[in-house]
Write a protein that binds this ligand. Structure first.
Ligand code: MG
Length: 271
């Protein structure tokens, strides 16, 4: 047989092989296409549940209709002392909320799990100090108790101020520097928009799933689904400690620079 086949000119062999491959393709193509060709367009349409209607704010910075407003410029009734849960004693004036260092950290009356947060802050135009002692505050994405460090998104003047990069503005303190530095000058209002996925814990207190954070600083992505290693510690390696729901906390840092101010704080719980 081998000898016989060798008598055929090479061109004939190529044509035969081509014909076989083409024939196989004709049979195989409908088999592969069979599954999708039998489906209708309607079979891949999803109609329920319908996403709830949310009315957006007048601007993207204004709270949408399903937001919980934590500070609207009028009062600090949504906030308490993080130390003893007495009414917050920061200074409300001219529609803004200014840190009172003597009163210490404040936190929300409400507790949260996963959420979207909007907060605006202003470093004073005449800010003094340098490094970590220049407009230091913080948004603690979960305040897990007076003895805990919690989970801090750093607030600092980082317009022209050198410090360790995992401690500059919009860092997850001592864990993740911001991807870029879109800080504005002292005196200008700035914003954080945050998506927080809280950590989950097993009944025995062990970690079930870690915390994640995505954050925008002045509209610019600075943390992209960063997986936290635990609480944001000033000293030492981060670790997780079990908690359930937690307030959001604002930091009254003890440095000697002028206190910073906040405004327009709102949150949307994510189910
Ligand atoms: Mg801080």
């Amino acid at each position: 047989m081998k000898r016989e086949s060798l008598r055929y000119p090479p061109g004939v062999m190529r044509k035969q092989v081509f014909a076989i491959v083409a024939f196989a393709g004709l049979i195989a193509a409908p088999v592969f296409a069979q599954q999708s060709s039998k489906m209708t367009p309607e079979e891949t349409e999803v109609w329920q549940p319908v996403p709830p209607i949310v009315t957006p704010g007048a601007t993207d910075a204004d709270p949408p209709s399903d937001a919980i407003v934590l500070f609207d410029g009028k009062d600090e009734s949504q906030w308490v002392s993080a130390q003893d849960h007495t009414p917050a004693a920061w200074v409300v004036h001219d529609g803004i909320l200014t840190v009172n260092k003597k009163a210490g950290n404040i936190e929300t009356r409400r507790t949260f799990e996963d959420y979207q947060l909007h907060v605006e802050f202003q470093i004073p135009a005449d800010i003094t100090g340098s490094g970590q002692a220049r407009g230091n505050s913080g948004v603690f994405l979960a305040s897990t108790g007076p003895g805990d460090d919690g989970y801090e998104l750093q607030v600092l003047d980082s317009y022209n101020n050198t410090t360790y990069v995992n401690g500059q503005a919009a860092s997850i303190y001592k864990q993740s520097p911001p991807l870029v530095n879109p800080a504005r000058k002292p005196g200008e209002w700035q914003s954080y928009d945050v998506i927080w996925t809280a950590p989950r814990f097993n009944p025995d207190g062990s970690l079930k799933s870690p915390a994640y954070v995505t954050a925008f600083f002045n509209g610019v992505l600075v943390q992209n689904h960063f997986q936290l290693q635990g609480q944001t510690l000033y000293i030492g390696k981060p670790f997780y400690k079990a908690y359930d729901r937690a307030p959001i906390k604002l930091q009254a840092h003890g440095d000697a620079s002028q206190p910073i101010s906040f405004r327009n704080i709102w949150v949307r719980e994510l189910k």
